[in-house]
Design a protein around this ligand. Structure first.
Ligand code: UDP
Ligand code: MG
Length: 312
């Protein structure tokens, strides 16, 4: 019988974890697969780890990993996926925004031969207009500038086949924009649609600041277009400055220039300064990423584990 592992990253999810696990178990019991669940506690400060332990104590199919601190969702996911030994893995959020009831449909597509089956939401209930607008903006510009197509309205909720998993595992970069990485590996990918519910208890760990950082992560991990943007802004600015210079020079030759010229000087200085800072900032983004990668640090550390073994 094929085996399936469900990987669940959890950071301060004590409020929803029991009901999540109940719903997940109900779904898994119905599946004609041998299923296990792997919880990754991403350095929670509430009772999440104790809860996971209680669950794991009563059920041999539950594995648990506790990271040594909060490494962020992408690292928690990676830690989980590194411990999967099954024929397929499913990644799902603990907050019940990804309905476990969708798992049978994901599995069905996998049986049809797909390697990556991602869940795409049809509505974004419980999200503000601004959040919708900014995420639409993100997906649209991402599609424009990068060579990969990140599927719209798709979170990390998805199924990965054995070979997709093995491929993903080879990507050890530190700047982990998971949605991009999932797409980047290729193979046969397909979507399953569902209605996304609002979070059931607890609070989202994503504020606009973190979302913005995620977006920058996405852009810079999968596109060098911003670097080119800096180049083109620079070219355009120099060209304009050159034309303006000609005009100022010609005007001075023809009419002379008694002390005026202060405004034009200021305009040129400010403009050029701005363009240079912009270009420097963009280069700095990439340089910083390069620096982080070159340190070659491990992606996470594990403090405790139960019933979970790293896959060789
Ligand atoms: N999560 C995590 N580490 C973090 C932040 C979040 O493991 O630093 C987990 C969290 O427990 C949840 C999932 O990632 O299971 C999604 O988090 P959240 O609901 O905050 O994100 P959103 O649904 O708003 O995208
Ligand atoms: Mg959520």
């Amino acid at each position: 019988m094929s085996r399936l592992t469900v990987v669940v990253p959890a950071y301060n999810e004590a409020a929803v974890l029991p009901s999540f696990h109940a719903r997940l178990s109900r779904v898994l019991d119905e599946l004609l697969l041998s299923c296990d669940v792997l919880y990754v506690d991403d350095g929670s400060t509430d009772a999440t780890w104790q809860l996971i332990n209680t669950l794991a104590a009563g059920d041999a199919r539950i594995g648990a990993i506790k990271l040594s601190r909060n490494f962020g969702k992408e690292a928690a996911l990676t830690a989980g996926l590194d411990h999967v030994d099954a024929d397929a893995a499913i990644v799902i959020d603990a907050d019940l925004q990804d309905p476990p009831e969708l798992i049978p449909s994901l599995v069905e597509r996998w049986r049809e031969g797909f390697d990556v089956v991602y869940a795409t939401r049809n509505t974004r209930q419980g999200e503000t207009g601004l959040k919708r607008f900014t995420s639409a903006l993100f997906y649209r510009s991402m599609e424009r500038v990068s060579d990969i197509q990140v599927p719209r309205d798709t979170g990390d909720f998805r199924l990965l086949s054995r070979r997709a998993l093995d491929a993903l595992r080879q990507l050890r970069e530190r700047q982990r924009f998971m949605k991009g990485l999932f797409t980047w590996i290729g193979y046969r990918q397909t979507a399953v649609h569902y209605l996304r519910e609002p979070r059931q208890g607890g609070a989202t760990k994503w504020n606009y600041w973190r979302l913005l950082q995620l977006a920058i992560e996405g852009f810079t991990s999968f596109s060098t277009a911003p670097l080119r943007l800096a180049t083109w802004t620079g070219v355009l600015a120099s060209l304009l400055a050159f034309l303006f210079g000609l005009w100022v020079f010609g005007k001075a030759l023809l009419f002379g220039d008694p002390v005026r010229g202060y405004p034009s000087l200021m305009v040129v200085i400010l403009f050029m300064g701005g363009v240079q800072l912009l270009a420097l900032g963009v280069i700095g983004e990439y340089l910083g990423r390069n620096y982080a990668e070159s340190k070659q640090r491990p992606l996470y550390f594990i403090e405790e584990r139960h019933n979970a073994h790293p896959k060789p």
